[in-house]
Design a protein around this ligand. Structure first.
Ligand code: FES
Ligand code: FES
Length: 180
Protein backbone atom coordinates (compact mmCIF):
# COMPACT_ATOMS: atom_id res chain seq x y z
CA UNK A 1 0.00 0.00 0.00
CA UNK A 2 1.39 3.39 -0.94
CA UNK A 3 2.46 5.74 1.85
CA UNK A 4 2.82 8.67 -0.53
CA UNK A 5 0.07 10.75 1.03
CA UNK A 6 1.52 14.01 -0.32
CA UNK A 7 1.30 12.97 -3.95
CA UNK A 8 0.12 15.92 -6.01
CA UNK A 9 -2.62 15.29 -8.52
CA UNK A 10 -2.13 17.52 -11.52
CA UNK A 11 -5.13 19.00 -13.28
CA UNK A 12 -5.50 17.43 -16.72
CA UNK A 13 -4.68 20.00 -19.38
CA UNK A 14 -7.60 21.67 -21.08
CA UNK A 15 -8.24 20.41 -24.59
CA UNK A 16 -8.05 23.97 -25.80
CA UNK A 17 -7.45 27.30 -24.13
CA UNK A 18 -10.50 29.15 -22.94
CA UNK A 19 -10.96 32.27 -24.96
CA UNK A 20 -13.45 35.06 -24.59
CA UNK A 21 -15.29 36.67 -27.45
CA UNK A 22 -17.33 39.81 -27.81
CA UNK A 23 -20.52 39.02 -29.68
CA UNK A 24 -23.36 41.14 -31.00
CA UNK A 25 -26.62 39.57 -32.04
CA UNK A 26 -30.32 40.14 -31.75
CA UNK A 27 -32.42 38.01 -29.45
CA UNK A 28 -36.17 38.25 -29.84
CA UNK A 29 -35.75 41.45 -31.79
CA UNK A 30 -33.58 43.20 -29.23
CA UNK A 31 -29.87 43.91 -29.69
CA UNK A 32 -27.63 41.99 -27.31
CA UNK A 33 -23.89 42.47 -26.78
CA UNK A 34 -22.03 40.06 -24.56
CA UNK A 35 -18.69 38.57 -23.73
CA UNK A 36 -18.85 34.79 -24.01
CA UNK A 37 -16.47 31.92 -23.54
CA UNK A 38 -15.59 29.88 -26.60
CA UNK A 39 -17.30 26.84 -25.19
CA UNK A 40 -20.52 28.45 -24.01
CA UNK A 41 -23.46 26.75 -25.68
CA UNK A 42 -26.19 28.92 -27.14
CA UNK A 43 -28.76 27.19 -24.93
CA UNK A 44 -26.78 28.06 -21.81
CA UNK A 45 -26.29 31.61 -23.02
CA UNK A 46 -30.02 32.06 -23.58
CA UNK A 47 -31.08 30.41 -20.36
CA UNK A 48 -28.28 31.32 -17.98
CA UNK A 49 -27.16 34.71 -19.21
CA UNK A 50 -30.38 36.12 -20.67
CA UNK A 51 -32.88 34.35 -18.42
CA UNK A 52 -34.82 32.96 -21.39
CA UNK A 53 -35.69 29.67 -19.75
CA UNK A 54 -38.50 28.91 -22.17
CA UNK A 55 -35.85 27.13 -24.22
CA UNK A 56 -35.66 23.73 -22.57
CA UNK A 57 -32.72 21.39 -22.29
CA UNK A 58 -33.50 17.69 -22.48
CA UNK A 59 -30.90 15.40 -23.99
CA UNK A 60 -28.22 18.06 -24.55
CA UNK A 61 -27.03 15.94 -27.48
CA UNK A 62 -29.05 17.29 -30.39
CA UNK A 63 -31.54 14.42 -30.27
CA UNK A 64 -34.77 15.51 -28.55
CA UNK A 65 -35.40 18.94 -30.10
CA UNK A 66 -36.55 20.55 -26.84
CA UNK A 67 -33.92 23.29 -27.16
CA UNK A 68 -34.91 24.36 -30.69
CA UNK A 69 -34.73 28.08 -31.42
CA UNK A 70 -34.79 29.97 -34.70
CA UNK A 71 -31.59 31.44 -36.03
CA UNK A 72 -32.24 33.69 -38.99
CA UNK A 73 -35.64 31.93 -39.24
CA UNK A 74 -34.16 28.41 -39.37
CA UNK A 75 -34.82 25.90 -36.55
CA UNK A 76 -31.55 25.07 -34.78
CA UNK A 77 -30.78 22.95 -31.72
CA UNK A 78 -29.29 25.38 -29.29
CA UNK A 79 -27.62 22.61 -27.25
CA UNK A 80 -25.18 21.78 -30.04
CA UNK A 81 -24.28 25.23 -31.27
CA UNK A 82 -22.00 27.66 -29.53
CA UNK A 83 -23.15 31.11 -28.54
CA UNK A 84 -20.27 32.58 -30.50
CA UNK A 85 -21.62 30.95 -33.66
CA UNK A 86 -24.78 33.03 -33.30
CA UNK A 87 -22.84 36.30 -33.50
CA UNK A 88 -24.41 38.59 -36.06
CA UNK A 89 -27.57 36.49 -36.24
CA UNK A 90 -31.20 37.01 -35.30
CA UNK A 91 -32.14 34.48 -32.65
CA UNK A 92 -35.75 33.88 -31.68
CA UNK A 93 -36.90 31.86 -28.71
CA UNK A 94 -40.37 30.80 -27.64
CA UNK A 95 -40.58 33.96 -25.52
CA UNK A 96 -40.74 36.00 -28.73
CA UNK A 97 -44.09 34.53 -29.76
CA UNK A 98 -46.32 36.14 -27.15
CA UNK A 99 -45.10 38.66 -24.64
CA UNK A 100 -46.81 38.75 -21.24
CA UNK A 101 -50.44 39.71 -21.75
CA UNK A 102 -50.36 39.17 -25.52
CA UNK A 103 -52.67 36.63 -27.15
CA UNK A 104 -51.03 33.32 -27.97
CA UNK A 105 -49.37 33.03 -31.35
CA UNK A 106 -51.28 30.93 -33.91
CA UNK A 107 -49.00 27.94 -33.26
CA UNK A 108 -49.27 28.25 -29.49
CA UNK A 109 -53.05 28.52 -29.76
CA UNK A 110 -53.18 25.46 -32.03
CA UNK A 111 -51.21 23.42 -29.47
CA UNK A 112 -53.61 24.61 -26.79
CA UNK A 113 -56.75 23.86 -28.80
CA UNK A 114 -55.54 20.48 -30.06
CA UNK A 115 -54.24 19.39 -26.64
CA UNK A 116 -50.78 19.05 -28.10
CA UNK A 117 -49.02 18.99 -24.75
CA UNK A 118 -49.11 17.47 -21.31
CA UNK A 119 -46.08 18.36 -19.19
CA UNK A 120 -45.01 20.87 -21.84
CA UNK A 121 -41.33 20.10 -21.63
CA UNK A 122 -40.97 19.34 -25.32
CA UNK A 123 -43.46 22.01 -26.41
CA UNK A 124 -41.20 25.05 -26.96
CA UNK A 125 -39.13 23.07 -29.45
CA UNK A 126 -42.15 21.81 -31.37
CA UNK A 127 -43.66 25.29 -31.36
CA UNK A 128 -40.54 26.91 -32.80
CA UNK A 129 -40.24 24.31 -35.55
CA UNK A 130 -43.94 24.78 -36.41
CA UNK A 131 -43.49 28.55 -36.34
CA UNK A 132 -40.74 28.27 -38.94
CA UNK A 133 -43.07 26.12 -41.05
CA UNK A 134 -45.91 28.65 -41.08
CA UNK A 135 -43.50 31.46 -41.93
CA UNK A 136 -42.59 29.82 -45.22
CA UNK A 137 -43.95 31.23 -48.43
CA UNK A 138 -45.55 27.90 -49.35
CA UNK A 139 -47.22 25.22 -47.32
CA UNK A 140 -44.91 22.25 -46.73
CA UNK A 141 -46.46 18.96 -47.82
CA UNK A 142 -47.46 16.35 -45.28
CA UNK A 143 -44.28 14.32 -45.68
CA UNK A 144 -42.16 17.39 -44.96
CA UNK A 145 -44.27 18.22 -41.90
CA UNK A 146 -43.92 14.65 -40.63
CA UNK A 147 -40.19 14.72 -41.30
CA UNK A 148 -39.67 18.00 -39.45
CA UNK A 149 -41.76 16.92 -36.46
CA UNK A 150 -39.92 13.61 -36.33
CA UNK A 151 -36.87 15.50 -35.13
CA UNK A 152 -38.63 16.13 -31.81
CA UNK A 153 -39.31 13.72 -28.99
CA UNK A 154 -42.27 13.88 -26.63
CA UNK A 155 -42.39 11.54 -23.67
CA UNK A 156 -46.00 12.08 -22.71
CA UNK A 157 -48.49 13.33 -25.25
CA UNK A 158 -47.98 11.05 -28.18
CA UNK A 159 -47.65 12.61 -31.59
CA UNK A 160 -51.22 12.57 -32.94
CA UNK A 161 -52.28 15.78 -31.19
CA UNK A 162 -48.99 17.48 -31.93
CA UNK A 163 -49.43 16.68 -35.60
CA UNK A 164 -53.02 17.99 -35.41
CA UNK A 165 -51.76 21.22 -33.87
CA UNK A 166 -49.21 21.67 -36.64
CA UNK A 167 -51.87 21.03 -39.28
CA UNK A 168 -54.27 23.51 -37.64
CA UNK A 169 -51.62 26.22 -37.66
CA UNK A 170 -50.77 25.44 -41.28
CA UNK A 171 -54.47 25.43 -42.25
CA UNK A 172 -54.93 28.85 -40.68
CA UNK A 173 -51.89 30.23 -42.46
CA UNK A 174 -52.28 28.67 -45.90
CA UNK A 175 -55.87 27.38 -46.06
CA UNK A 176 -56.90 23.76 -45.71
CA UNK A 177 -55.18 21.18 -47.89
CA UNK A 178 -58.52 20.27 -49.51
CA UNK A 179 -59.01 23.87 -50.63
CA UNK A 180 -55.56 24.08 -52.20
S1 FES B 1 -31.64 19.37 -25.56
FE1 FES B 1 -31.01 19.97 -27.53
S2 FES B 1 -31.73 18.42 -28.82
FE2 FES B 1 -32.20 17.71 -26.82
S1 FES C 1 -45.65 17.06 -23.37
FE1 FES C 1 -44.33 16.14 -21.93
S2 FES C 1 -42.57 15.64 -23.09
FE2 FES C 1 -43.97 16.34 -24.55
Amino acid sequence: MSTDTNRRVEQPPLAEPTTWHEIDLTVNGRPVSAQVESRLLLADFLRGRLGLTGTHLGCEHGVCGACTVLIDDVPVRSCIILAVQAAGCAVRTVESLAEHGDPLSPVQRAFHEQHGMQCGFCTPGFVMTCTAMIERTQRPDQDVVADELSGHLCRCTGYRNIRAAAEQALDERFGTREAQ
